[in-house]
Design a protein around this ligand. Sequence first.
Ligand code: HEC
Length: 154
Amino acid sequence: MWDQPKVKAFRESPLPLAFPEDRVALGENLDQAVRLGLKPEGGFAENPYAFTEADLLRGKALYQSFCAICHGVRGEGDGRAIPLGVPKPRSYHDPAVRDQPEGYFYFAATNGFGRMLPYKSRIPERERWLIAHYIKRCLLSEACPEEVVHAEVH
Ligand code: HEC
C-alpha cells in the first residue's frame, strides 16, 4: 500500500466548485451574533440570556474549569499553566480589558484570541455567555452575590 506505482494525478473536476464566502459548517448556527459573537452591523454581540444567581454559581464552576488554568481564579493572568510555558495573558483587570463589554469575553471564548484556542466546539453557546457574564459581574465588578463569591465550586 505504501508503494503505489500509479502516479497519475486525479483529473480536475468537470463541475465548477464555487463555495459562497459566508458558507458555514454543517450544524453551525447561521446567526452571526451566535456564531462569531459579532453583530452584523459591527460591534460585539449582546448577551441574549437573563441569568439567575444559581446560574452564576455554574458560571463560576465553568470559569474555573475552563479558563482559570491560564487566566487565574481572579482573572489576573496568573493561572497554574503559565509557569509551565503557556504565554501569560493580560490581566482582566488591565483597563484595556476591564472596560470591554461582556460580548468581548464571549467573542474570545468563541473564536479564540491570538495564541489562545477557541472554545466554540467545547463549550455550548449559553455556557460561553454564562462564563462571560460571570467574568464581568464577579471578577470585574462588585455586583457579585455574596454566596457566589464565597461558594466552593468544582
Ligand atoms: C490554555 C490557556 C488558556 C485558557 C484555558 C484560556 N485562555 Fe484566554 N487567553 C490565553 C492567552 C495566552 C491569551 C493571550 C493571547 C495573546 O495575546 O496572543 C488569552 C487571551 C484572552 C482574552 C483577551 C484578553 C486581552 O488581552 O484583551 C480573553 C477575553 C480571554 N482570553 C478569555 C478566556 C476565556 C473566557 C476562557 C475560558 C473559556 C479562556 N480565555 C481560556 C490563554 C488561555
